[in-house]
Write a protein that binds this ligand. Structure first.
Ligand SMILES: *Cc1c(COP(=O)(O)O)cnc(C)c1O
Length: 380
């Protein structure tokens, strides 16, 4: 089956009890035990497993062409669980890309996870630099994010998996920005693909959910499965159901988001108030050729630098009308965000950078809105 067909059908079917085409939401937390002590339908207590979660996990497994999937209450719960699932006998050293989702940096700086693991960051767009770092000490896990957040860096996934394999390290990719529609990392040798389902897969900014899909059965996957019910950071049945509703239109949405992004990028790239545009679809982007090889399209996420500094960038973010000034990405609405002021003193984001998550509005309206914001900002 092709991606679009799996997005509609995988993990679901006609409800055998009622004939309902749309899967019912199962809210029961507990299931009846038979006289012989068994649980006839395979469910016992909904933290352990439930029909909506099982549907979502098998759909996500199919979409990533993986072995199995474990879902969590949020993308961050998936990330912390994955790190802690690193087997006891593996080195507690994690090499991460230097541009990463800010929530991961916050988790490393403000929780015990950052203290319990030796975290090393490196510019992973340079495989030579990564190789040097990985070879300098035993490494358990290599953490990629591509396209990255918010600097839209592109990492050569295959090159990283080869370095990891030689070093005996697991690899994980945060595949949130690309989604399994645009990028299939497991086929390139990555061990785990991770998603904030909150973003493109849910797609409507109305649920929080995280998922990890494993390429094959291994100790880390087993640990994650145990952690899921034993530590309890599970998604609700309703959120699983919403994710399954959202994923059905992922292809239609993301196709339009990619096409809108391309039009907005062309417009911004030639605007005289814009210093530069960061988007892998641009031939001038240093990762363009790698992105063209490992992605089927360039996505709906981009950043641009306004001429001037923080003041000018904030003026633009404050002056948009159709576009919403808000955090997050992958929704139906276009969001603009000044990352540096959101991330505050710990930020690595350039002060004149604005991130755009392109939505499903008409591209002409988005261009006009950005044009008036760039040209007629208050005080000019
Ligand atoms: C949002 C996001 C996360 C965290 O996911 P939550 O669902 O908000 O916990 C992780 N990685 C990326 C790339 C994200 O955009």
């Amino acid at each position: 089956m092709h991606f679009e067909t799996k997005a509609v059908h995988a993990g679901r079917g006609i409800d055998p009890v009622t004939g309902a085409v749309t899967t019912p939401i199962h809210l029961s937390t507990t299931y009846e035990r038979a006289e012989d002590g068994s649980y006839t339908d395979g469910y016992m207590y909904s933290r352990g497993d439930n029909p909506n979660r099982r549907s979502l996990e098998s759909c996500m497994t199919a979409l990533e062409n993986g072995y199995g999937c474990v879902t969590y209450a949020s993308g961050m719960a998936a990330i912390s669980s994955l790190i802690e699932a690193l087997p006891e006998n593996m080195p507690k050293r994690i090499v991460m890309a230097d541009d990463m989702y800010f929530g991961v940096r916050t988790m490393l700086m403000e929780t015990d996870i950052g203290r319990r693991y030796d975290i090393v960051t490196v510019d992973m767009t340079n495989p030579g630099a990564l190789k040097t770092v990985v070879e300098s000490a035993p490494t358990g896990l290599i953490w990629m994010e591509t396209p990255s957040n918010p600097q839209i860096k592109i990492i050569d996934i295959k090159a990283v998996t080869e370095i990891a394999k030689a070093a005996g390290a697991y690899t994980v990719i945060d595949n949130t920005a690309a989604t399994p529609m645009l990028q299939q990392p497991l086929a390139l040798g990555v061990d785990f693909s991770l998603h904030s389902v909150t973003k493109y897969i849910g797609g409507h900014s109305d649920l929080l959910l995280g998922a990890v899909i494993a390429k094959e059965d291994n100790e880390m996957l087993k640990n994650m499965r145990t952690w899921q019910h034993a530590k309890g950071a599970v998604p609700s049945s309703f959120d699983c159901w919403l994710a399954l509703r959202g994923v059905q239109t992922l292809s239609a949405r993301l196709t339009m988001q990619c096409s809108n992004a391309k039009k907005v990028v062309e417009f911004l790239d030639s605007h005289d108030k814009v210093e530069s545009v960061l988007y892998p679809g641009l031939k001038s982007h240093p990762g363009h050729e790698i992105a063209a090889r490992q992605m089927s399209d360039f996505g709906g996420l981009l950043s641009f630098k306004v001429k001037g500094g923080e003041t000018e960038a904030l003026k633009v973010a404050n002056a948009v009308n159709i576009i919403t000034q808000a955090t997050s990405l992958g929704g139906t609405h276009t969001y603009i965000e000044h990352r540096a002021s959101v991330e505050k003193e710990l930020t690595k984001a350039p002060e004149n950078l604005l991130r755009l998550s392109i939505g499903l509005e008409n591209a002409e309206d988005l261009k006009q809105d950005l044009d008036q914001a760039l040209n007629h900002t208050p005080g000019q």
